[in-house]
Design a protein around this ligand. Structure first.
Ligand code: E4P
Length: 218
């Protein structure tokens, strides 16, 4: 499973890249706003900076909701850098835009997926990725991970090449559960990735090894 980081924060992106396990980045308008990135030029420059930090795909979301606006923005974003993947919401116009953009060889990430049917339509339109939002489903007292299993199973049955990019990951166990479900990618907050390292027996074991090593040299 590939690891993407779900943030527009450059320090966090650098820290994940330095770990050597990062395969890409996802952003959305809320994450860009959180970093205080304002104005079209600054936003586009921010995407370019992210592309220079990481080796993999960088999702940049369109803001337009009409078909013409979506494809115009999508083409502009894709022209910014070869690593850009155009993120498009799963609406009627979004599906048409994904079909158009994929026909032009532009890679897309269909976002705000909450059902297997939405994922199927996005895949039919040629999306490179579909992004099911597991944390937001969990928030409604429904099992978000179950959606990952269903989409992975459905895509497997038909040999669909669209990648399942598990999004809205809130904690470390979501990452493990996405891997168990067969997601192609999990896009995660940095603290959830770092949480994978944590185990008290690792801390205790290391402390013991270091204490015993000191005895060898005293
Ligand atoms: C990433 O592609 C999504 O936009 C993001 O994971 C949504 O996460 P949230 O539900 O925590 O806002």
């Amino acid at each position: 499973m590939d690891f993407f980081i779900d943030t527009a924060n450059l320090d966090q992106i650098r820290e994940a890249q330095d770990l050597g396990i990062l395969n890409g980045v996802t952003t959305n308008p809320s994450l860009m706003a959180k970093e205080g990135i304002k104005g079209e030029e600054n936003i586009l420059n921010h995407y370019k900076t992210i592309c220079e930090i990481v080796d993999g795909d960088v999702s940049a979301e369109v803001i337009a909701t009409d078909f013409e606006g979506m494809i115009k923005e999508g083409e502009e974003l894709a022209a910014l850098h070869p690593q850009i993947v155009v993120k498009v919401p799963v609406t009627k116009n979004g599906i048409k835009a994904i079909k158009y953009l994929s026909g032009k060889g532009i890679r897309t990430n269909c976002t705000l997926i909450f059902s297997p049917g939405q994922a199927l339509l996005a895949a039919k339109a040629g999306a490179t990725y579909v992004s099911p939002f597991i944390g937001r489903i969990d928030d409604t007292s429904t099992d978000g991970i179950d959606l990952i299993y269903k989409i992975v199973d459905m895509f497997g049955t038909y040999g669909i090449e669209t990648q399942v990019l598990a999004a809205s990951i809130r904690h470390t166990m979501h990452i493990v559960q996405c891997a168990e479900a067969g997601a192609d990618v999990a896009t995660c907050p940095l603290n959830a990735i770092l949480g994978l390292l944590k185990h008290p027996l690792t801390d205790n074991g290391l402390a013991q090894f270091l204490a015993d090593y000191k005895k060898l040299n005293s």
